[in-house]
Every structure is written in C-alpha cells, then in structure tokens.
Design a protein around this ligand. Structure first.
Ligand code: ADP
Ligand code: MG
Length: 748
C-alpha cells in the first residue's frame, strides 16, 4: 500500500561538539555542562554561603533567606548565560510522568519619576521563588486528598537533586528546578516525597544494623542505588500518525503479526538501524549535557525494540534521570521522524517492554552492602542484608505487585517474555548453596571453577584465566530471565517494573519493606546478643540460620513461566495476584498498611488511601479509553472497510454470474468474509454494552469500578480484537485502513 513508503524521513544529523582547535570534545568534558552542579555552585557563590547551603542540604532544613537569595541570583545568571528565559519547578505527580509550569524571569518594577509612574523591566529570581511555588495545580490526581475549594498544592525545591537547563523553543532554554509536590497540610501529592522519605528511613535502619554488626565501620549514612534499564519501541512517525489506537492509547488495539517478527532472534543485539542510531546518539549527547550517565545501548528482542541503560546512581537522582531520559528521547525521536513507544505492550505477539530496576544499598564509605565479596559464606554482613531483602519480599510481595500494576503492564506480566505476577527471588546456584550449607550446618560444596579454560581461536589456543576475574562468586551467578526479582551478582534486579511507569513507587515500596525487615532482624540480633555490645559470630549465625529457614519460600531458581511453578507457589503459600485491581486492595490491607504507615512512617493513612483511589481510578480510565478508541476504530474504519470488500466480492460475483462464469473463488471468499463481519459487528455491540455496564458500577466505588472494567471490558476488547484480526488476514490490502504490523515493525 501507499503507506509502506512513508518511512523515508529526511536525513538529520547533529554535529558532535568540538573544542576550539577542532578536535572532538571528550564525553567527560561534556558531562553535566547543562547542570548547576555543586561544583558550579561553589564557584558562583561566596564561600560562607555555599558552606551554609551544604549544611542545610544535609540536614534537609529550610534554607534561610540570605542563602536562598544568593543561590537564586547565582543560578539565574548561570541559566540566563545559557539562554534561559524561564524557570520551572519540575515535579512528579502521580500520573507516571513529570509536570512543569513555566514562569519568566522578567519582572516589572514601577519607578516614580517627576513625569509620572513608569514600569522598568528587570530580570528577577528571588530566593522565595526558587524555594517554592504554588502552581494552580488543582487538576492533578489527588485521590480526594484535596478538595477543589482548597486545591492548593506546593512545589518545593528538592535540594538533593541539581538544577539544570534544557532547550526551550526558538533557541531559548528553561531552568529546571527538581521539586517535590505537597499539599497545604504537607501531605505527599507526588512520587518523589515518599521516595525521599523511604531513603531516609532505610538509611537510618541500615546504618544502625551495619554499626551493630561492625562497630569499627563508622558508617553514618546509607543510600540506595538504582540503575534503570529502559526498553522502548521506535516506529516511523508518519505510520504512527495513521494509527489512532497508538496515538490515543499507546498500543495497537488491532493488528496481526507479520510472518517474520522475532522468531529468528536476529534483532536482539543486532546492528542498530542508522536512523535509530542517530536518534539514540543525539539522546546520549543531550543526556551527557544533563549529567545523565547513559552507558549502554542495544537492540532488544522484538523488531523495532531497543534499550538504553545508565550507570547506576543514588536512587532519587536515578529516578529523576530516568524520567528526564524518557522525556529527552521523546523529543529527539520526533526530530528524527520517529515516535518512541513506552507502553509495556504496544504490539501483540512480540515482546513487551520493561524497566529493569537494578537496586542495591551502599554506605557512605562506598561499600555495597549487597556485594558478596570473595567469600560470601563468612561475610555475615552481606548475608544479613541479603536475608533482609528476602524477608521483605516474603512479608510484602503483594506490595511489590501493587507497585508494578497498571492496565498496560498487565499485558506483559505473566506473558512468556515477562516475569509473572508471583513474586519470588532468584539467587543463583552458588548463593543458594551458601545459604543451604549454613542452614544445614555443613561445609560448602565445592564449586568447581575451572582455573584455566582453553579456547581455540583459528589456529591459536588461548588460555582464558577465569580465576583472574575479580569476584568468583559474582561470575557464578547465572542468569534467570524468568525471575521477577533476581540477584545479579551484587544487586537485585526488579524486572517486573513496567517500561512506562516511573521507577519511583516500586523503589519506595521496596525501600519500605526492606526497612521493616532490617528493623526486625536488628531486633532479633539484639535479643540474641543479650547484654553484649557487639554480637559474636555465633550470635550472627543463629539469626542468619533462623532467617534462612523463614525466607526459604520466596527463593525460586526454576522456570518462572512454567505451570508447575504456579502449583508449587500455591503450595508454598505465595500470593499469585492475577489482576491489577485485585493487587490494589493489598495497599490498604492491615498488615501492609501498618508497615507503610506506623512501622516505617513513610505514608500517612490518608496518603495511602488517596493513592489507592488514584490507582483504581487510573486503571478504569485507561480501560475505558481503550474501549472507546477501539469502538470508534471498528465502527468508523474497520467495519466500513470490511463492508467495502464484501461488497466488491458480491458485485464481482454478480457480474460474473451474468456472464455465466463459474463462481467458486469469489463465493468462497465471500463466505469467508461474511461471517467474520457478522462476528465483528456483534462483538462491537457487546463492547458498547460492557461500557454501559461499567458506567453503572461506578457508584459502588473506585475499586469496584476497576474490578468491573477488568472482568467485563478487558475481555470484550480482546474479543473484538480477535474478530478484527481475523478479518485483517483476509481483507484485500487496498481496503485495509490502517498501517499493519509489517509496516510499523519493519520500517525503521
Ligand atoms: P547486566 O544486568 O546485564 O549485568 P549491568 O551489570 O551493566 O548489566 O547492569 C545493569 C544495570 O545495573 C546498569 O544500569 C548498572 O549501572 C546497574 N548496576 C550495577 N551495579 C549496581 C548497583 N550496585 N546498584 C544499582 N544498580 C547497579
Ligand atoms: Mg540486567
């Protein structure tokens, strides 16, 4: 069809930055040039002011007026030198993306002259403007936290994340101030406030435990680290613009797989198509300037699917950087006539996209508490923190399930390419053996690590020294891509997180659950120690053994996709929460709610209930939007196309019969099409009925509404799709009104 050739977008390449002498700049020289880093700030501020800022930042106290005014002045000058005309408090409402409202630096002051009043323009940015702004943001989801008549929400500068400038329109730029978003009463209305709180409590709990285990370690602060592997699809913009389903819902609601898609496994790690390569390298350049350390890029499994991953950073900064990367890629893709799709399952039948959250805990001494080191079996500190994570999973797996639940991620969870809804942890053979040996009080089985491995390359035999690798234990952790939560050497990889969602809530929940587990284990250790100040190895081992036994049920090394695992998990009593609306209810179940509120103090009960409301409401809205989009698409485009084709067949049959030509083929085709058209029309009607039924359920509360959407509208959507896809397979191409998967997936 005419659409196939739509891909030939104009070539567009940017120039990689060069030094005055014409040589290319090194990435390390570009890194962070658009960021108002601490170093830049130190240069721009008088010494005592900078020192006082650092002090206040660490204590997270309010900044005093003089300091705030000085920083505001310095950052304005710095930003305006880079073309900034506006500033914005950049924040993360519970919509999964970021929000911003721009204000100009321009101000007017009134001069009283002998001739009368006169307004003089000045550029102004005060400390109080920097610290806080009050967007009229009454339209963000608040789950009933704010009534519209007192809709005030405040954005407040998060001093732990650096300000930066980004390109604006027409050669200008904008100063971004990373912010939290809270209500008049101080309730969190966003994703970041709770993440920062969870970092704080985890830090306190982990610091206490580390110092109890090893008093000489003098750790004063612990933080979580996060590296987000971001998967996405890139499709041609013009083709995209012809698919209302993609535009409105982010995924294709109809469409059949082409004969070749991912089965040859030729796309994964293959050569990156050149248009994509220039878009991704432009993304990387922008990210460098923004101080985002993108490290890896590669093709993913599905055609047109790709991944970028940064070097890990402190978790709340990593979250900012992930959201910013997504935003920059969206803009850059546009400039290359591409459209990025972040939906977890834009195409039925090929792999969906995830955001693997690599997570670990580090001390201010630079040590990773989840690093097993060379002899994990005697590294009690490592084992205890590992067990804390397992304990967190065992106690609060349903919360992790809540944190990854959305209507879009449902299409991915449990499907063959993504981890299932049963949350378990994979540790790998060696670590399992370490835990088993400790539990059974026996020596460790010998892991036969080949000292040298000979590899023949051409005519030469090379000796590869395996023992030269830094951590034998790390390299023995094999990979289990089916696990939703896998230990990968020195970190956990939470693989079930969706590509579209913010990593913030999953990390917050994980931090909370691990904090609760650390509290519990610390208490157990103190009880075991009695009056001692420092626990003996025997004390540690006793506690370790107890927790190994207790948490055994969440360890699973096998194939998470198998039917046997579903049965086995049920036998172990692990929750298998099949749908998102069911998952949401766990957020307000007593055990989990108590942990999130009373035990760790991360959420107030009101904040949790509002979040529960927002999650349910969002789920139902997403399903309704899909249903309405599909309903219109079928009624306005697909059924009419099928009618046309049927008519053409009927007319040609009639014409042929006048000429007394044998009618077999046309009548056969007609007999094939006609019943499918009927089925589609019937399912189309039923979809409308399901929507009406859903509207009736709304009065029974947000969860009932979501549950009904899930049980009635979601299957109705699937049945319509089945009928439409069957038609797509037989209707002549020239009648089909939409670009097909072949075009969308294989044209970049
Ligand atoms: P793989 O998962 O294939 O082993 P990498 O080792 O490159 O890939 O890690 C994937 C992601 O995990 C990267 O973003 C990396 O920075 C991140 N990562 C590595 N170590 C840690 C850590 N200690 N804490 C958090 N993330 C980490
Ligand atoms: Mg990985």
């Amino acid at each position: 069809s005419a659409l196939v050739s739509a891909a030939t977008g104009e070539k567009r390449e940017i120039q990689y930055p060069r030094k005055p002498d014409g040589k290319p700049k090194y990435p390390s020289e570009i890194f962070g040039e658009n960021v108002f880093t601490l170093k830049t700030m130190a240069k721009a501020l008088p010494k005592p002011i900078f020192a006082s800022f650092l002090k206040q930042r660490r204590g997270r106290q309010n900044l005093d007026k003089t300091t705030a005014d000085s920083i505001a002045h310095a950052v304005r000058v710095w930003a305006m030198d880079r073309g900034a005309t506006h500033y914005t408090h950049w924040f993360q409402p519970q919509t999964g993306s970021t929000a911003e409202k721009h204000d100009a630096f321009l101000s007017l002051v009134t001069n009283f002259t002998p001739g009368g009043e006169e307004a003089t323009p000045i550029d102004l940015f005060s400390g109080s403007q920097l610290l806080q702004s009050e967007p009229d943001a009454s339209s963000f989801p608040s789950g009933g936290m704010r009534t519209t008549f007192e809709a005030r929400g405040y954005t407040i500068w998060d001093t732990s994340s650096s300000m930066f400038v980004q390109k604006g329109p027409n050669g200008t730029s904008i100063l971004y101030i990373p912010s939290v978003y809270i209500s008049y009463n101080g309730d969190a209305l966003d994703e970041k406030t709770v993440l920062l709180r969870s970092n704080d409590v985890l830090s306190r709990a982990a610091t206490e435990l580390v110092n109890l285990l090893e008093p000489e370690s003098h750790v004063s602060h612990v933080y979580t680290t996060l590296g987000t592997e971001q998967e996405f699809f890139l499709v041609d913009r013009k083709l995209y613009s012809l698919r209302p389903d993609l535009k409105i819902t982010g995924r294709t609601l109809v469409g059949q797989l082409p004969p070749r898609h991912q089965q040859l496994e030729d796309h994964y790690f293959g050569r990156i198509p050149s248009r994509v390569m220039s878009a991704i390298s432009e993304l990387e350049l922008e990210c460098l300037r923004l101080g985002i350390p993108i490290k890896t890029r590669h093709n993913e499994v599905a055609p047109a699917q790709f991944e970028v991953a940064p070097i890990f950073e402190e978790a709340s900064v990593a979250v900012d950087h992930n959201l910013l990367t997504m935003d920059v890629l969206h803009k850059v893709a546009h400039r290359h006539n591409l459209r990025v799709l972040y939906h977890e399952k834009p195409f039925k039948g090929v792999n969906g996209s995830g955001k693997h959250c690599n997570w670990a805990i580090a001390t201010d001494r630079g040590e990773n508490l989840l690093d097993p080191t060379v002899r994990p079996e005697t590294n009690y500190r490592f084992i205890i923190f590992l067990l804390a994570v397992l304990r967190a999973l065992q106690e609060h797996a349903p919360l992790l399930r809540v944190a990854i639940s959305s209507s879009s991620n449902e299409h991915r969870l449990g499907a063959q390419e993504a981890p299932p809804a049963i949350i378990s942890a994979f540790l790998g053979d060696q670590l399992n053996e370490v835990l088993d040996a400790i539990e059974e009080n026996r020596p460790l089985k010998n892991f036969s690590v080949p000292q040298f491995q000979s590899i023949k390359v051409g005519g030469t035999v090379l000796d590869v020294k395996v023992s030269a690798l830094p951590h034998i234990s790390r390299d023995l952790t094999d990979r289990n891509r089916t696990s939703p939560f896998a230990f990968t050497g020195n970190k956990f990889e939470f693989r079930a997180v969706g590509s579209k969602q913010s990593p913030s809530f999953p990390v917050t929940v994980l931090n909370c659950a691990v904090t609760a587990a650390i509290h519990e284990i610390t208490q157990a250790l103190r009880t075991q120690m009695g009056d001692k100040v420092v626990p003996s190895d025997e004390d540690k081992l006793k506690v370790i053994r107890e927790y190994i036994k207790q948490t055994k049920g969440v360890r699973f090394e096998g194939d998470n996709y198998s039917e046997e695992w579903v049965t086995e998990a049920a036998r172990r009593g692990l929750p298998n929460i099949k749908t998102a609306p069911e998952a949401f209810t766990y957020l307000i179940k007593e055990k989990h709610m108590d942990m999130l509120t009373k035990e760790t103090g991360i959420f107030s009960e009101g904040e949790l209930r509002s979040r529960y409301h927002i999650l349910n409401e969002r789920y139902a809205k997403d399903v309704i939007i899909e249903a309405e989009t599909l309903h219109a698409l079928i009624g306005q485009q697909i059924l009419p196309a099928a009618f046309e084709y049927r008519k053409a067949l009927a007319e040609s049959a009639a014409a042929l019969s006048v000429l007394k030509v044998e009618l077999g083929p046309e009548v056969d085709a007609l007999n094939e099409v006609a019943p499918l058209v009927q089925t589609l029309q019937r399912e189309h009607k039923k979809l409308a009925e399901a929507l009406t039924q859903l509207a009736d359920s709304e009065e029974h509360g947000a969860n009932k509404h979501a549950v009904t959407a899930c049980s009635t509208v979601v299957p109705a959507i699937a049945r319509v799709r089945e009928a439409a896809d069957a038609l797509e397979a037989i209707v002549a191409d020239k009648y089909w009104p939409l670009p097909k998967y072949t075009e969308l997936l294989l044209t970049i």
